[in-house]
Design a protein. Structure first.
Length: 118
């Protein structure tokens, strides 16, 4: 397993809350933070860091994403299939565009690095 350290995560910009990204907050404040490492929000291919505070929220993925957890713990439930998986540092996932996902962030801060394709 790849060892990842929180100290390797750069300072992240405030992105408001996950509602500003098209999600519905069910619990907590879901403050979002991020930084692009490739592309931009409207680019067909982008990559970057994404962080969110402890919360529960629902989102329909607006892109296909591969992500690797750098810090914290989250449970993702695919609301179409019912499959629920908990991820922690070093774990990764792939989610297809259009998938409805229920996020439960268990730790004060969750950080992932992702690559997204529209």
């Amino acid at each position: 397993m790849l060892a990842l350290k929180s100290s390797s995560i750069p300072e992240l910009d405030s992105w408001g809350t996950v509602t500003d990204l098209g999600s519905t907050i069910l619990e907590g404040d879901a403050k979002a933070f991020g930084q692009f490492t490739h592309g931009a929000p409207d680019a067909p291919l982008s990559a970057g860091y994404f962080a969110v505070t402890r919360s529960m929220f629902r989102m329909v993925y607006p892109f296909t994403e591969h992500a690797v957890v750098l810090e914290g713990e989250v449970t993702l439930k695919n609301e179409t299939t019912g499959v629920t998986v908990t991820y922690k540092a070093g774990d990764g996932w792939m989610i297809e565009k259009g998938t409805p996902v229920l996020w439960t962030v268990h730790t004060p801060r969750f950080v992932k690095h992702y690559m997204a394709a529209v």
